[in-house]
Design a protein around this ligand. Structure first.
Ligand code: FNR
Length: 188
């Protein structure tokens, strides 16, 4: 059976650069691994009443099961106001609850950030790591992945334009897989 790594893009935008980068990672999975996009588009804003009063939306159940079935996660996040976009934080919150049933628990992750600007989502990248500490998600430290001027890295069809970026991302993926194999637990 293949090891499954979820790729989560932190944007709902149709032409999202983050989603394009996430898609570009799919064929970079080495033999024995499957990279699959996990959508966060249909998750209502988390409300604890859903869990407390047994009114959990169907989309939460599907998403929580999807996260549970993963072995690891690569987050591809843009930056909103020097932090993570609300849709990504919401997805993290949804799969972290109800209390005691954190679906992220122990799943090794990588955080790749991007921006059309020069700071490349650094603030979002590190804010995301803060939440992952609490959720007991080990996060790859090196290499760090910050993609600046992301619009220049993609062609009109949404594919990566140049080999330099492709090679950089492939190396980051390879490093993640090596690190993943040292850090994943067979229980998660
Ligand atoms: C942004 N953007 C942005 N960019 C950045 O580098 N740092 C930031 O703090 C912000 N803040 C911010 C707030 C809000 C509310 C929006 C809508 C946008 C710009 C952002 O990087 C740009 O819109 C990206 O294209 C968003 O990522 P996707 O949707 O292309 O993946």
């Amino acid at each position: 059976m293949k090891t499954t790594i979820g790729i989560i893009a932190g944007s709902l935008r149709k032409e999202s650069f983050s989603r394009k980068i996430a898609k570009a990672l799919i064929p970079m999975a080495p033999d024995g691994y499957e990279f699959k996009l996990v959508a966060i588009d249909d998750l209502p804003i988390y409300n604890q009443d859903f869990d407390d009063h047994n009114e959990v939306p169907e989309s939460y159940i599907t998403f929580r099961n999807n996260i549970e079935s993963l072995d690891g996660v690569i987050f591809v996040t843009p930056e909103y106001n020097r932090s993570v976009p609300g849709c990504l934080k919401n997805a993290i919150d949804v799969a972290s609850r109800p209390y005691g049933k954190n679906k992220w628990d122990g799943k090794p992750a990588a955080v790749f950030s991007n921006s059309p600007g020069a700071i490349s989502g650094f603030g979002a990248n590190h804010h995301l790591r803060q939440s992952l500490v609490f959720l007991n998600v080990p996060v790859m430290q090196q290499p760090e992945v910050y993609l600046a001027n992301v619009q220049d890295l993609l062609d009109e069809s949404g594919s990566l334009k140049d080999n330099k970026t492709k090679d950089f991302l492939q190396q980051a993926v390879n490093a993640y897989i090596t690190w993943f194999n040292k850090n994943h637990s067979t229980n998660s």
